[in-house]
Design a protein around this ligand. Structure first.
Ligand SMILES: CCC[C@H](NC(=O)CCC(=O)O)C(=O)O
Ligand SMILES: NC(=O)OP(=O)(O)O
Length: 318
């Protein structure tokens, strides 16, 4: 595996799930694979789960780990080519990336959408520069349009908890005080569309995601109707994607906050969220603390999804 940025990069999902459950059964099984190999994790944005679970995954495989928070201690980076660098950025990313590649064997990158220009974000400029110039295998730790490590963990979790072969999975928008990226919902939709689940997306009008990610999913503007008979509810906020509204908040309607009212029409659905979550904006205290909430096992599976991806990258180095 030379890159991991999207569902296609993991290949056959059934094989990937089998590998995940094998590793979950013995997470140190491949501890020799990463001996004397170094993972470099580069964060342009904050993180808790990705930072900790990916570092744990690397140690499961016997790797050394270097973590760099680009905005704390490193030189401010110019990311645009052709800019006259007479401002407050002493280093260009096109030098920094190959230099970082000198000190490691595998690179993970977190770089959120900036919401300044939709084309810039959706062309994945930053992570694609790492893929092009680092000389190393690169995986996404959430980029501008996807979060594949999260989505792989979400799939593992649904497979562990589903009670029927083809569960009804509902991804619902929920209100948030800030404009959040479309990366998590895009990625979840991409992975759900790669399964044979009954997948539904529900959100207020104006929050339509990129059709390239929505695919064949059913879109329902009536949240209660969407929740009917659901086996899994996946809640997330995202800012508007369409046209001039890109990156904007169009609604903070707390009728969309997931509570007992909505969960009451489901098929005793499990509640999922990638975390961090704004309680009583996205979901009520009662729902996220209920027996149906699986947000903690979902977060725990981030170690497993990262271990599978790092294992495949290490195998590719041989
Ligand atoms: C894994 C999720 C990362 C990120 N979440 C946030 O930025 C939340 C920040 C906040 O709640 O203020 C997002 O929505 O993409
Ligand atoms: N779900 C997730 O990626 O969490 P962090 O942003 O804390 O890494």
């Amino acid at each position: 595996m030379k890159k991991f940025t999207c569902v296609q990069d993991i290949g056959d999902l059934k094989a990937a799930l089998a590998e995940a459950f094998e590793i979950k059964n013995d997470r140190f099984k491949y501890v020799e694979l990463g001996r004397n190999k170094t993972l470099m994790m580069i964060f342009f944005n904050a993180s808790l789960r990705t930072r900790l679970s990916t570092q744990k995954a690397a140690t499961n495989l016997g790797m050394n780990v270097i973590v760099l928070d680009i905005n704390q201690g490193a030189w401010k980076l110019e990311t645009e080519r052709g800019v006259i660098m007479d401002g407050d950025k002493p280093e260009h990313i096109l030098e920094a990336i190959p230099v970082m590649g000198c000190y490691c064997d595998i690179i993970g990158v977190r770089s959120f959408a900036r919401f300044e220009n939709r084309d810039y974000d959706y062309q994945e400029v930053i992570i694609n520069q790492f893929i092009k110039y680092s000389g190393r295998p690169v995986f996404s730790m959430e980029a501008a349009t996807r979060h594949p490590l999260q989505s792989f963990a979400d799939l593992i979790t649904i497979e562990e908890y589903k009670k029927t072969p083809r569960p009804k999975v509902v991804m619902t928008w929920a209100p948030h005080p800030r404009p959040l990226p479309q990366a998590v919902p895009n990625s979840f939709a991409e992975w759900m569309n790669a399964t044979d689940y009954d997948f539904v997306i529900t959100h207020p009008e104006g929050y339509e995601l990129d059709p390239a990610f929505v695919g064949n999913a059913r879109v329902e503007y009536d949240q209660m109707k969407a929740f009917e008979g659901a086996d899994f509810v996946y809640a997330k906020n995202w800012a508007a994607y369409t046209g001039e509204n890109y990156g904007q908040i169009l609604s903070k309607d707390r009728e969309w906050t997931v509570g007992d009212r909505q969960m009451g029409v489901t098929n005793n659905a499990f509640f999922m969220h990638c975390l961090p979550v704004r309680r009583n904006m996205i979901v009520t205290d009662d729902v996220i603390e209920s027996a149906q909430s699986i947000v903690i096992p979902e977060a725990a599976n981030r170690e497993i999804s990262a271990t599978v991806v790092l294992k495949r990258m290490l195998e590719g180095l041989k």
